[in-house]
Design a protein around this ligand. Structure first.
Ligand code: HEC
Length: 149
C-alpha cells in the first residue's frame, strides 16, 4: 500500500470509530439519565420547592421543619420517602428524637422525573449517601397511591 492510500484507509477507520461512539452516546442519553444529571436537576427543584422549609443546607429550621440529614426517612425505604413527597407529611412523628410543628403539603404536582431527581439530590447531599430514586419507581408508587373509593 502506498503512504497516501494508507493515510486514507486510516482516516476512514478513525471516522467509523468516532461515528460508532457518537451513536452510542446518543443512545445512552436518550434512554437513561445519569446520576450527575439527576442530582444537578434535583438541586434546582429542591431550591424551588423544599429549601424554604428544609433550608439550602438541609439543616431544617428549629422545631418547625426537620432536617434532611441522615434521617431514617431520607436514607430509608424509598416507597415511604416518595409517599412523603406525593402526600405531604403531618404525622407529628418523631424524626430523630424531635417532633415538628409545621406540616408539609403535598408535592404531587411535581412530575415523576422531578420527584426522582429531587430525592436523588437529597439522598446524595448534606453528607447523605444513598442510591438514586428513578422516575419509574415514582410512577409505581404514584399508581398505587390512590385512596380506595
Ligand atoms: C412548608 C414547609 C415544607 C416544604 C416546602 C417541604 N417540607 Fe418536607 N417537611 C416539612 C415538615 C414540617 C416535615 C415534618 C412533618 C411532621 O413531622 O409532621 C417534613 C418532612 C419531610 C421529610 C421526612 C422527615 C425527614 O426530615 O426526613 C422529608 C424526607 C421531606 N420533608 C422532604 C421534603 C422535600 C424533598 C421537599 C421538596 C420537594 C419538602 N420536604 C418540602 C416541611 C416542608
Amino acid at each position: 500500500m502506498s503512504t497516501k492510500r494508507t493515510a486514507i484507509f486510516l482516516s476512514l477507520i478513525i471516522m467509523l470509530f468516532s461515528l460508532g461512539s457518537y451513536a452510542q452516546t446518543k443512545h445512552k442519553s436518550s434512554t437513561h439519565i445519569s446520576l450527575a444529571t439527576s442530582i444537578a436537576n434535583g438541586k434546582n427543584i429542591y431550591i424551588q420547592n423544599c429549601a424554604s422549609c428544609h433550608q439550602t443546607d438541609g439543616g431544617g429550621a428549629g422545631n418547625m421543619n426537620p432536617p434532611l440529614i441522615k434521617t431514617t426517612y431520607v436514607l430509608g425505604n424509598k416507597t415511604t420517602l416518595i409517599k412523603i413527597i406525593l402526600n405531604g407529611f403531618s404525622d407529628n412523628v418523631e424524626i430523630n428524637g424531635q417532633t415538628y410543628q409545621n406540616t408539609m403539603a403535598s408535592h404531587d404536582f411535581l412530575k415523576d422525573q422531578e420527584i426522582a431527581d429531587v430525592l436523588t439530590y437529597v439522598r446524595n447531599s448534606f453528607t447523605n449517601k444513598a442510591s438514586a430514586v428513578t422516575a419509574s419507581q415514582v410512577k409505581t408508587v404514584r399508581a398505587n397511591n390512590k385512596p380506595a373509593k
